[in-house]
Design a protein around this ligand. Sequence first.
Ligand code: ZN
Length: 183
Amino acid sequence: MAVKKVIRMGHPTLRQVAKEFTKEEILSEETKQLIQDMHDTMMAESGIGIAAPQINVPKSVAIIGIENDNERYPDADPYELITVFNPKITVLDNEEQAFFEGCLSVPGLRGLVKRPRKVKIEYLDMEANKQEIIAEDFVATVFQHEIDHLIGKLYVDRVAPGDLYYNEEFDEFMVPDDEDEEA
Ligand code: ZN
């Protein structure tokens, strides 16, 4: 088990475009260790997703997974752990949805972000096989947030002025309605 340090907003690695993996790289021992470290770090921080750049590895891979009763997103439905190498996103439904997002690289804050509600993700799996998956609703937001990390973007870049909160003030003053219950 190796919990890595999560780098924070302001670190230049978070603004780089992540490098894609070759198939050989995906199958390497080094990459298996990277994925294990990302997983251990995500679990230690109660995250529901993590991208390699967040542990200062500027390569194109992200992990997403929502366990029951996640500490940071207690109302989110469980989602089985998935690892996506070199993911590409296609919007399937442009209708926007708004959820409050947080980020392990932007600790202490929550912000309301509007994103398309349904997307397709094409990626390579742990065996370097091509796969695709369709994500809707909150999980679509989680995928878009993580894949943003691979192109040097942070959710705060997408928050409208006035929609950013400290966690404590968020808990005190924002009573989530049905629309943003994942807050
Ligand atoms: Zn993030």
